[in-house]
Design a protein. Structure first.
Length: 206
């Protein structure tokens, strides 16, 4: 199976353009104001318009107000929502958009039970942060703890060009999600790291 790739925390059009050239499957746009990778709607709309057919725009939220989420959906038209906080299943499902829910592996002992709280989710992001903390920290979790959950699994948390092949071999995720591992600073992607990450994923897929 081909491992899908998402570049998260895109803040600059030039980084989105290079992601397109590399054939990345999705980009993540961060709309929670607590994040150093936060984007306003006008910036996000500029990047969204660049994306070709079949490349997804993912809008990331973390315990944000429903009115703000609705404003982003209306202004940016993301293909998918990604919830990083303590959002309940009915809340996440209320926006008439497919969504994925992040599992904070640093806080969760029973990932299967946590996943069960979101029956409408299209998939789950296994990330290394604790509940209530932001992702994009560059830290990994023990990949051997990755649960088999019966829905697409997106592996995140501390992935970079040097470790993503090992992570894929252990977890066999549907997709990998990288942010800090391809950056020189928060929200500033580096083309060499972006390219090497994609090459490492393709090599791991064989």
């Amino acid at each position: 199976m081909t491992t899908r790739i998402k570049f998260c925390g895109i803040t600059r059009p030039q980084d989105a353009r290079f992601a397109i050239e590399l054939g990345v499957d999705a980009i993540g746009l961060v709309f929670t104001r607590r994040s150093q990778r936060f984007l306003g709607i006008s910036q996000a709309r500029e990047i969204r318009r660049m994306l070709p057919p079949f490349m997804s725009a993912v809008a990331l939220f973390m315990d944000d107000a429903p009115s703000w989420i609705e404003e982003v959906i209306a202004g940016v038209q993301p293909d998918l929502l990604q919830f990083h906080g303590a959002e309940a299943g009915p809340f996440a499902a209320s926006f008439s958009r497919p969504y994925v829910k992040v599992v904070p592996m640093a806080s969760i002992d029973d990932a299967a039970a946590y996943v069960g709280l979101h029956p409408a989710a299209s998939g789950f992001v296994l990330d290394s942060h604790a509940l209530g903390a932001l992702g994009g920290t560059g830290e990994t979790f023990d990949w051997k703890r990755a649960p088999r959950i019966g829905k697409p699994t997106i592996l995140a948390g501390g992935l970079d060009p040097g470790n993503v092949a090992q992570a894929i071999a252990l977890v066999r995720p549907y997709a990998v999600d990288v942010s800090s591992g391809i950056e020189t600073a928060s929200g500033i992607k580096e083309s060499g790291k972006m390219r090497r990450f994609v090459e490492a994923v393709r090599a791991a897929d064989g």
